[in-house]
Design a protein around this ligand. Structure first.
Ligand code: CA
Ligand code: CA
Ligand code: CA
Length: 170
């Protein structure tokens, strides 16, 4: 039973990671996210961009498991997420940014078709929708990512925003 605003927000963060919705976070969720992004942008897994995304997804999973999988069963349960990940990420948002950065960098490269290191707000929304963020939320979140309001989103905006999103204040 989700009762408080804090718990509701935690549940939403958990659902973002639990891409297949089976109730725990594991390596499959990260590879599913990579696969969905590659399909959305019609990039093959064997391409350089595809390989970078899978390497980033694996590093992200390893980092999250190192923080949160306390019993070492290669699954992060909701309880491990709440008691491990959320608290430790809140205590150390920079660490979280480092864990997520290779994946975010590779995801940005998929959408960055002219390779100038920046994507449009609608491109960012497309990335978020591919990661199963509901369409209306994806638009709002992508707009919020563009912190300097120039209509484009770059890595300096994405990585800290992502860390902020997951470091939920109590
Ligand atoms: Ca899962
Ligand atoms: Ca576990
Ligand atoms: Ca911007």
């Amino acid at each position: 039973m989700v009762s408080t605003e804090y718990e509701r927000r935690i549940a939403a963060r958990f659902a973002t990671f639990d891409q297949d919705g089976n109730g725990w976070i594991d390596r499959e969720d990260f590879s599913a996210a990579a696969k969905a992004l590659l399909a959305e942008f019609a990039v093959t897994a064997r391409s350089d961009k595809g390989q970078a995304l899978y390497v980033g997804a694996e590093a992200f999973w390893q980092g999250m498991a190192g923080i949160a999988d306390r019993d070492g069963d290669q699954r992060i349960t909701r309880e491990e997420f709440v008691t491990g990940a959320v608290k430790r990420l809140r205590d150390n948002p920079d660490r979280f940014a480092e864990i997520a950065r290779p994946f975010l960098h590779a995801a940005l490269a998929l959408a960055d078709t002219d390779a100038d290191g920046r994507i449009t707000v609608s491109g960012a929304a497309r990335v978020l929708r591919a990661l199963r963020v509901p369409a209306d939320l994806a638009e709002a979140a992508a707009t919020a990512l563009d912190t300097d309001g120039d209509g484009e989103v770059d890595e300096r905006e994405i990585v800290p925003a992502f860390a902020r999103y997951f470091t939920v204040p109590e």
